[in-house]
Write a protein that binds this ligand. Structure first.
Ligand code: NAP
Length: 210
């Protein structure tokens, strides 16, 4: 596929560009300040900033290009509406690491039996949004309205603990992303499935994993 990569100069983008090329995709890297021209591409991938992603996606959709979104902290309803208007699919995963998706599944299952829970998410201090998209998605999947604590410190990548407590016991479900390489297989899977998704925004790697 010919893939326009928005945010190619960022921490994730810089790792993703060679990984997409190694998987056989032709990559058009775009950095901040460069005009968004994705015409002729089969898909766009956005790992930019919460305040940039919606405008980027709208431009890509207007050019007939479906999008895979990694950037967190944007208005999902607005992007869904824009994608439906153009009749194109968009896919967003709050977390492209497959282990994190399993953590969310396990937390949802555990919450059925231990409804009192809190979430502690910890990320690199440069992450702009809090709580993280993963923490909000985990809380929604659990359905028990757990309190979310956000930690932002240097030296961290992406980490989350779900702690469920009951009388005389507690259960901790933990996932650690130690390198941004963890996001590559999820992005490749999303690109592979994108064209077969319905118009509008599909959310969550879980929906692609079966
Ligand atoms: P980052 O290092 O700050 O990279 C973002 C890049 O986007 C920077 O190079 C920035 O340029 C560029 N940029 C800003 N506005 C842009 C625009 N309008 N068009 C094109 N490029 C633009 O951040 P990151 O760690 O790579 O993360 C990027 C986003 O992905 C964040 O929202 C983060 O939370 C999210 N993320 C999601 C996942 C997931 O699994 N869903 C995983 C990791 C990260 P400047 O440096 O010049 O501003």
């Amino acid at each position: 596929m010919r893939v326009c990569l928005l945010g190619a100069g960022g921490k994730v983008g810089a790792l993703l560009a060679p990984a997409l090329a190694a998987a056989g995709h032709e990559v058009l890297p775009l950095r901040r300040g460069e005009s968004v021209d994705a015409s002729g591409c089969d898909a766009a991938v956005d790992f930019t900033r919460p305040d940039a992603v919606e405008a980027n996606v709208r431009v890509c959709l207007a050019q007939g290009v479906p999008c895979v979104i990694g950037t967190t902290g944007f208005d999902e309803a607005a992007v869904d509406a824009a994608a439906r208007e153009t009749g194109l699919p968009c896919f967003y995963a709050p977390n492209f690491a497959i282990g994190a998706v399993l953590m969310m599944r396990f937390a949802a299952e555990a919450a059925k039996h231990l409804p009192r829970a809190e979430i502690v998410e910890a990320h690199d201090e440069r992450k702009l949004d809090a709580p993280s998209g993963t923490a909000r998605a985990t809380a929604a999947a659990m359905g028990t309205n757990p309190v979310i604590h956000s930690v932002r410190l240097p030296g961290l990548v992406a980490h989350q603990e779900v702690i469920l407590g009951g009388p005389g016991q507690y259960l901790t479900i933990r996932h650690d992303t130690t390198s941004r390489e963890a996001f590559v297989p999820g992005v490749l899977l999303a690109l592979e499935r994108l064209r077969n998704l319905p118009a509008g925004l599909t959310v969550g790697l879980d929906t692609l994993l079966g």
